[in-house]
Ligand binder design. Structure first.
Ligand SMILES: [Zn+2]
Length: 434
């Protein structure tokens, strides 16, 4: 399939030239074929007139737990530990494959309609999620969030269920859909496992060339208790001792990381995935994003699961990432509009090993159209500022993932929303909540 976008105003995410006007963008198969002021030669299967709209790279949600869409807002008013132990874990214990499929489909529908084209997801029953992602059409780095609560002396990979889950997930799904799905190695967090799992996961990632997805220093309690258990070493430093970051990684949250952690993150190519809404809702704190950027750390954005958010709206994360640090530092230039958009696009793509997140020839065609004729985007004095501070999911009128249009003018082209709603209402919710 070849598609030509005409009359394009494009936010390319090229720092030297971020906005192109009156351009043509051609897509051939899965990739962007050309970007320029001249109409490209040849015929196209379809032409899309972009007058009044802005074409930009699809959004990358670099930390989420998509089936938690079923638990939207569940257990509000608690900090992370009480929320997990008293609300989330008991509900999750009731999930079966069918619930996870329904929750994943619902979460993916919300993401697709709000402009997301690529995610990094960490959740159990991951093969079920992979199937749903494959149908939905977006790209995903999937991981199962390795846990190990047993005695370290008793650890064996054969008996550790998450070592087995990791192995099966990699063998069945890594590279599926011609690279649409990639599998990451994963440790849920330092406080939910111990050294033998970290060593095994680090070796496994090395052996199979996988990325690494971990929750890191989300709360002060987690950060300080880790230092108490590990001779003053922080979670990032502790895991580094076991080789966990040899392929880099996506470290979700990083609210309490130290200056030394930031130096290690830069050296080891560890991306800080900023989740401002979830961190504020669970009262975990505010990540020091301006310092992370100054230290040369790649910073991406995530929503976290919608139980602690309560949406998959990345435009909200972009706006919050842009304003929050201005407020905490007293510096209105702390995070620029371009920086905030980079976190939601090219920086996320970079940590997930995706050749996307920018509009340029040869890149994966993950593209969205934002309708700037909506009242909340008019007038427009600065396109980047409107995207960061004024745009909303309802402004997204097209989602193209890997060169295929999967959502257009409110219509889902790969998912059946009515069927998903019925499955959630009639099966998943009664199954979990009775
Ligand atoms: Zn999380």
């Amino acid at each position: 399939m070849s598609i030509l976008f005409t009359n394009v105003t494009a936010v390319t995410m090229d720092p030297a030239d971020p906005v192109l006007k009156d351009a043509f963008v051609a897509v051939e198969g899965r990739k962007i074929a050309s970007v320029g002021a001249e109409r490209p030669q040849g015929t196209f299967d379809r032409t899309i007139d972009c007058t009044g709209k802005v074409l930009m790279p699809g959004l990358v949600n670099a930390h989420t737990h998509v089936p938690m869409a079923l638990l939207r807002g569940y257990g509000g008013g608690h900090d992370l530990q009480h929320w997990l132990n008293d609300w989330i874990f008991p509900a999750e214990a009731k999930l079966d494959d069918r619930c996870v499929a329904a929750g994943a489909a619902l979460g993916l529908a919300e993401m697709i309609a709000s402009g997301t084209t690529c995610i990094a997801d960490m959740y159990m029953r991951t093969g079920v999620i992979a199937k749903t992602v494959l149908e939905a059409g977006i790209s995903a780095n999937l991981s199962c969030g390795g846990l190990y609560f047993g005695d370290p002396a008793d650890f064996s990979p054969e008996k550790c269920s998450d070592c087995q889950n990791q192995t099966v997930l990699t063998e069945e799904w890594h590279g599926a859909g011609d690279g649409q799905i990639m599998v990451d190695a994963s440790i849920h967090a330092e406080y939910t496992s111990s050294a033998p799992l970290w060593r095994w996961m680090a070796d496994y990632a090395q052996k199979h060339g996988l990325g690494m997805h971990v929750h890191v220093s989300e709360t002060k309690k987690e950060h300080e208790e880790c230092r108490g258990r590990n001779s003053g070493l922080t979670p990032i430093q502790t895991l580094d001792r076991y080789g966990v970051w040899e392929n880099g990684g996506h470290a979700a949250h990083c609210v309490w990381v130290s200056d030394q952690d930031m130096e290690l993150m830069r050296k080891k190519n560890i991306t800080a995935v900023h989740n401002p809404v979830s961190n504020l809702k669970l009262a975990s704190g505010v990540a020091r994003v301006p310092q992370l950027l100054k230290a040369g750390v790649n910073v991406a954005l995530g929503t976290d699961g919608v139980a602690s958010n309560n949406s998959h709206d990345l435009f909200e994360e972009v706006k919050l990432a842009a304003i929050l640090h201005k407020g905490t530092t007293g510096d209105p230039t702390a995070i620029s509009a371009f920086d905030a958009l980079s976190m939601a696009t090219v920086n996320g793509a970079r940590t997930l090993g995706r050749d996307a997140g920018v509009i340029a020839p040869g890149k994966i065609a993950d593209l969205i159209l934002v309708d700037f004729t909506h009242p909340n985007l008019f007038p427009c004095h600065d396109i980047l500022e409107n995207l960061v501070y004024s745009a909303a999911p309802s402004n997204v009128v097209m989602n193209m993932a890997r060169g295929k249009i999967i959502y257009e003018n409110g219509e889902f082209l790969t998912l059946d929303l009515e069927k998903i709603r019925a499955e959630v209402k009639d099966y998943a919710l009664p199954h979990i909540f009775g």
